[in-house]
Design a protein around this ligand. Sequence first.
Ligand code: ZN
Length: 317
Amino acid sequence: MGQIARLKGDGDPAVPAQFDGAHQIVRRIAGAAALAALALLASGASGARSEEGAAPPAKSVAKSVVKSAVKSACHRSAFRVVIDVGHTIDSPGADSARGVPEYQFNLALAGVIKDQLVEAGFDNAVRLVTTTKHLAGLVERAARANAMHADLFIAIHHDSVPNNLIETWEYEGQKHQFSDRFSGYSIFVSPENGDYQGSLAFGHLLGMALQARGLHYTPHYTLPLMGRHRRLLVDAEAGVYRFDLLVVLRETRMPAVLLEAGSIVNRRDELVLETADRRTLIASAVSAAVDDFCAARTRPAPTAAAPARVKPAALVQ
Ligand SMILES: [Zn+2]
């Protein structure tokens, strides 16, 4: 996350410093998240797409059959997804364990995601590249997405660690910083976003789609050693954290998430994250989650002919 997290934590006077005061870590799926996710799951709008990426597990294949009718509800060409490239070329975020700027990882992955979305029929998908640095650049990203009337905003980042966890090593004669302690993706949402419920629902779908492809999330943001970078885990199944202060999430009107695709200061993970295979795998998860989310958002309202709901247990004699 690098620069964006630090901007919010340290230098942004417009941001109240209230969040990290609440160091109460609760491992639960928030009630709202569970309801939203369940609504999607009940519609069959979950699981991996069988036609893309790595071979999905058998249960996902079964789900894909169930959801085939739902897919048609999504007007992919009309559904605009903004893929925001985290950081800028001049302010590129953290360096990887081998000295490659985070921005390069973000730019490449966002490109593969955008291409795969377009290939799947989301013709209006946009890769958003910003050159304005610092807070003005963050505000600009949200403003551009709002002006485009985007339906979904996904900020792409690659993770590092707080300075107190950094170690140094030598690679090709140069000293670099690294930390091999943590591994995995993480997803962030903000309750100050214009559509928090939508953000939670998409975050859930994205996390489950990544896990269906063999990836896992990192739980380390709940640990006390993270200090002011500690976050509330609001969806412990999918790996979605609450991070109130991210400008790109709080200023966007449409559902928005920030994806940390993996840790580039982890020396082993960096080598995987720079491969075309991993980028394609992550992009297939994003594309599947977007498709499910679009279908859930655009499915027709239940009609009078719909089957009656099951009575709550308390009312069953
Ligand atoms: Zn970042």
